[in-house]
Every structure is written in structure tokens, then in C-alpha cells.
Design a binder for this molecule. Structure first.
Ligand code: SF4
Ligand code: SF4
Ligand code: SF4
Length: 232
């Protein structure tokens, strides 16, 4: 079931912000984030500049910059395939007072809590910061002290699909807005006409890797007389 909500935007806008419907699982205030991200697009006059970047070609659906704001790691509005996306996070912190009841272990959808001798131990490599363990803990031995957004970017479908990559593991609305602005500046300044953000990031990464390789490469030797140049 689709549970996304498209913000009502003027049809001339070349961006779209999708966010979850009101949902009891939401860990953050998505309206506040959507409002601020919308302001960023307006402040930098994104749609007009994106149109100019297309060089007179009529915009197609993939030229609309897609943003998703998911209220929790369940990611119902598919942030992983959007150009820029936020995922609500609630980071569990372990304190004192554990009675070893095991409710947190049972509540974790990702099986990343075990009970040790002194209480719960969370595998942070696996934990998605959904906060479900803390919500079930009757003593407050697991609490949520930090909430915010994970920021990912560069996702897309199409001819060469790719998932968005993390640019920040946890930030607030202000931080997310700053990252959006930086991302849009990059796209508008360095993107080829019609190039998607994901393709641009991949291209820049290739150039960076290439430059690193060249910087670390030894000078090529001059072949001596009689040395075979044939490749094996
Ligand atoms: S991503 Fe989370 S908050 Fe959003 S609709 Fe899905 S379950 Fe609800
Ligand atoms: S925050 Fe979610 S994923 Fe992480 S340990 Fe708690 S229940 Fe498991
Ligand atoms: S739910 Fe709370 S009290 Fe129960 S085992 Fe987990 S941390 Fe301990």
C-alpha cells in the first residue's frame, strides 16, 4: 500500500517532496523538515535553474528532483531510490536499571540486541535506530536521547539503477537543509544537461579515484631494446 503524500506543488516546479502520511511510527516532525527543504528549493530558484540546465529540452519525469522524507527506518516512501532523502532516527542509549525482562530483545525487528551479564548489548552495525526497543523497556534502561535524520542521496531507478548512499548518519533539520543546498549547488554547477544526481556523483567519484590512482602511480618505465610489449 502506498503511504506517501505528495506535497501540492505548482506544476512548473522541477522538484517534488514526498513524505509519509501521519503515522504512529514516525520518530520526527516531518512537516517541519518538508517546509524547510521546500524553502531551500525556492531560495536558490531551483526550478528555473534546472530548466536552464536542460538547455531548452522539455523536462521529462527524471528531470524532476525527487526528495523523500521517511518518518522512520521502515522507509515506506522509498527514500533509497530518491535523489535526496531523510530517514527519521531514534538512537537507543543504554543506561542503568535493567531487570533482564527481555522485552527489548523481543521488540527488535533486526535481532540486534542480546542480554549480557550487565544488561542489553546492541550491535550498532546492524541497529537501524528505530527506537522500538526503548519504547518497550519498562524501566528506562534503554532510552532515546538523540532523534534526528539520516541523510542519503543519489538514488535512482531507470537504465542504471542505484541506491542512495549515506552522507550523514544523524543530523537535525538545519543540517539536512544545509546538505540539500550543497547537493543542489553541486548538481546545478557540475551536472551535465539532464544528468541525474546519482550519475553525477558516480562520475565525480570515478574522477576522484582516477586522480588518486595517478597520484600514487609509479612513473612508467621505458622499455629496453628487445623487451616484448605484448600483453600476456
Ligand atoms: S516510514 Fe515509518 S513513519 Fe513513515 S509510513 Fe512507514 S512506518 Fe510510518
Ligand atoms: S533501535 Fe530498533 S534496530 Fe536498534 S536495537 Fe532498538 S529495536 Fe533494534
Ligand atoms: S526491556 Fe529494559 S529492562 Fe527489559 S531487558 Fe531490555 S533493557 Fe532490560
Amino acid at each position: 500500500m502506498v503511504r506517501g503524500e505528495k506535497e501540492k506543488l505548482n506544476s512548473t516546479e522541477l522538484y517534488q517532496i514526498n513524505k509519509c502520511w501521519d503515522c504512529h511510527n514516525a520518530l520526527v516532525d516531518m512537516d517541519e523538515a518538508a517546509k524547510r527543504l521546500h524553502e531551500i528549493f525556492q531560495e536558490i530558484d531551483f526550478s528555473r535553474r534546472q530548466l536552464a540546465r536542460l538547455g531548452g529540452v522539455k523536462p521529462k519525469s527524471h528531470n524532476i528532483f525527487q526528495v523523500a522524507i521517511a518518518g522512520c527506518p521502515n522507509s515506506c516512501c522509498q527514500p533509497q531510490i530518491k535523489d535526496f532523502a531523510l530517514q527519521g532516527q531514534a538512537v537507543p542509549e543504554i543506561g542503568a536499571g535493567c531487570t533482564m525482562c527481555g522485552l527489548c530483545v523481543a521488540a527488535c525487528p533486526d535481532d540486534c540486541i542480546v542480554l549480557g551479564e550487565a544488561g542489553p548489548i546492541i550491535d550498532r552495525q546492524v541497529c537501524l535506530n528505530c527506537g522500538k526497543c526503548a519504547a518497550k523497556c519498562p524501566t528506562g534502561a534503554i532510552k532515546i536521547n538523540k532523534r534526528g535524520y539520516r541523510v542519503i542521496r543519489g538514488g535512482k531507478l531507470g537504465r542504471r539503477p542505484q541506491l542512495a548512499q549515506e552522507v550523514c548518519s544523524l543530523t537535525n533539520v538545519r543540517g539536512a537543509a544545509a546538505l540539500l543546498r550543497e547537493t543542489l549547488d553541486l548538481l546545478l554547477q557540475q551536472g551535465k544537461p539532464g544528468e541525474r544526481l546519482g550519475s553525477l556523483l558516480q562520475r565525480l567519484q570515478k574522477v576522484e579515484n582516477c586522480e588518486e590512482n595517478l597520484a600514487g602511480a609509479k612513473p612508467l618505465g621505458v622499455p629496453t631494446r628487445g623487451t616484448s610489449r605484448r600483453q600476456p
